[in-house]
Design a protein around this ligand. Structure first.
Ligand SMILES: NC(=O)c1ccc[n+]([C@@H]2O[C@H](COP(=O)([O-])OP(=O)(O)OC[C@H]3O[C@@H](n4cnc5c(N)ncnc54)[C@H](O)[C@@H]3O)[C@@H](O)[C@H]2O)c1
Length: 254
């Protein structure tokens, strides 16, 4: 499907790593040009190498000013942005919720919940300008069922699932669709970090084994399996789909 995104403009936060990068590379292969946004300049540069015609901005996804700057730069350099993928996210501490420090809770919610809200606020005016748009947020299976291991992360992703549905209702009549993907455990830096939260060596391997044992397909996912679903939601093929939260998890929450 080489022409789904030719000549169309997207913005991706968290584009320097993992699932944001995989989405950017797949969109580039299908002809999109992008505003690639992340706080990691070196990672962004690597992603940009695979995205001809795209531009980058190093910034903080919790900053309204940085996201407004990204939106303005994209509008000037590329044209109005039709697609938004706010993928920036963090795991936060692996503790029962009431054991988090207040600053840990605030930081997690600032990146995972306030971040996509700020991004939507910054870019939706450009979608209104062209009379159409599509946004895919990154929730998680932990945004559909609770997690005793990553309880605050799970709460933040539950908020992302409901932010998706609320934005979908807010903007349906404007032809701006809003959906979210709910990945399970996907091979890459974030899953490695989550295994490492359990400890080193044997503890880390044991955590990975427990996670895998809960997946009916008995394997972790690959970043391209998430990116492919993001591109489907963004594409015209999903033209009547809004407010959906799609588990991509090998059957974990089935
Ligand atoms: N990898 C998984 O298994 C998995 C599963 C479920 C959901 N998710 C979600 O998918 C999204 C992408 O995860 P990933 O696996 O690509 O993680 P990752 O750690 O590989 O990449 C996250 C990116 O976000 C960026 N980022 C984090 N905080 C930022 C901030 N304040 N400002 C700017 N950039 C910031 C990081 O620099 C990094 O490039 C996240 O929202 C994550 O919660 C991932």
């Amino acid at each position: 499907m080489p022409d789904r995104f030719t000549g169309r403009i997207a913005a991706i936060t968290g584009a320097a790593s993992g699932l944001g990068r995989a989405t950017a590379l797949m969109l580039a292969q299908e002809g999109a040009r992008m505003m690639l946004f992340d706080r990691d300049a070196a990672g962004l540069a690597i992603t940009a190498e695979g995205c001809p015609g795209s531009i980058t901005l190093v910034g903080d996804a919790t900053s309204a000013a940085d996201l407004e700057r990204a939106a303005a730069l994209a509008r000037t350099e590329l044209g109005p942005v039709e697609f938004l993928v706010p993928a920036a996210g963090v795991l936060g501490p692996a503790k029962p919720a009431i054991e988090l420090e207040e600053e840990e809770w605030d930081r997690l919610f600032a990146i995972n919940v306030k971040g996509p809200w700020l991004a939507a606020r910054a870019f939706i005016p450009q979608m209104r300008e062209i009379g159409q748009g599509s946004i895919v947020l990154f929730s998680s299976t932990a945004g559909l069922v609770g997690s005793p291991f990553l309880s605050a992360y799970s709460a933040s992703k539950g908020a992302v699932t409901m932010l998706t549905r609320s934005l979908a209702l807010n903007h349906a009549a404007e032809n701006i669709r809003v959906n979210c993907v709910c990945p399970g455990t996907i091979n890459g830096p974030m899953s490695q970090a989550s295994f490492a939260l359990a400890g080193e060596g044997e503890a880390q391997l044991a955590r990975a084994a427990v996670m895998k044992s809960r997946i009916p397909m008995n394997r972790f996912g690959e970043p391209d399996e998430i990116a492919a679903a993001v591109l489907y939601f963004l594409s015209d093929a999903a033209g009547f789909t809004t407010g959906a939260a799609l588990p991509i998890d090998g059957g974990r929450v089935a």
